[in-house]
Ligand binder design. Structure first.
Ligand code: PEP
Length: 253
């Protein structure tokens, strides 16, 4: 999977043009689950652009209640039936907007309850990495999500994005080995604690056309959550093509 998180970028018209350019640029590539996550204001219009292209539509966040006096929030009930997925727990939500682990869990559960696939983002700060607590942090963030669940969801309905906070938007990518180590740990933790299988785990944090192939060559990395580069359709499509090549390589290995 390669998902593009546009964050708070583009006007509606620019977003429509970007979605059209992404669809055109990835149209020859098969086998990769491609998604774009535009701002809320763009979603309905971009849904029409994506129709029939195979590129899926995601929201960058969601609230956990269906309706009510929650000024400014968007509920999963509002997205259900026409939007494919939600992203919850992005580090900018956690660190800039003070979102707590339990709130991320509630958003995860509410999304699934409305038939939306979920990408749940986890990752450590640089201080946490330096303190040697990376595994503890991602386990805590995942356990808080699962604490909200009555029954474990099917692994097909959700995706984890491992995004070290120090690598997001900084140009400082985790090395493939660093990313692989944490992604493998995440899979092991999820399998041991909750599920028979493991969901797909993406890496996110300054993924570019130059480093995508080496990240995807790692055995446990199942794709990328891409921020900055997702605003440039051609470069984004190179990352999608690298994912397609990695899939082909795994199939013949
Ligand atoms: C992100 O926002 O999820 C992200 C990974 O951003 P960037 O690719 O710009 O580091």
């Amino acid at each position: 999977m390669v998902a593009g998180n546009w964050k708070m970028n583009t006007t509606v018209d620019e977003g429509i043009a970007l979605a059209q350019a992404v669809c055109a640029a990835v149209s020859g590539t098969t086998g990769v689950d491609v998604a774009v996550l535009p701002p809320f204001t763009h979603l309905w219009a971009i849904r029409q652009v994506l129709e029939g292209t195979g590129v899926r539509l995601g929201a960058q966040d969601v609230f956990y209640r269906d309706s009510g006096a929650f000024t400014g929030e968007i509920s999963p009930a509002m997205l259900a039936g026409w939007c494919d997925l939600t992203l919850v727990g992005h580090s900018e939500r956690r660190h800039l907007f003070g979102e707590r682990d339990d709130e991320v869990g509630k958003k995860f559960v509410a999304s699934l309850a409305h038939g939306l696939e979920v990408i749940v983002a986890v990752g450590e700060t640089s201080d946490e990495r330096d303190a040697g607590s990376t595994f503890d942090v991602v386990e805590r963030q995942l356990d808080a999500v699962f604490a909200e669940l009555e029954t474990p969801p099917s692994v097909d309905d959700w995706v984890i994005a491992y995004e070290p906070v120090w690598a997001i938007g900084t140009g400082r990518t985790a090395t493939p080995e660093q990313a692989q180590e944490v992604v493998a740990h995440i899979k092991q933790h999820v399998r041991a604690r909750y599920l028979d299988g493991a969901p797909r785990v993406l890496y996110g944090g300054s993924v570019t056309p130059a480093n995508a192939a080496s990240l995807f060559a790692e055995p446990d990395i199942d794709g990328a959550l891409v921020g900055g580069v997702s605003l440039r359709a051609e470069e984004f499509s190179v990352i999608v093509a690298a994912a397609a090549e990695a899939i082909a390589g795994r199939a013949t290995a």
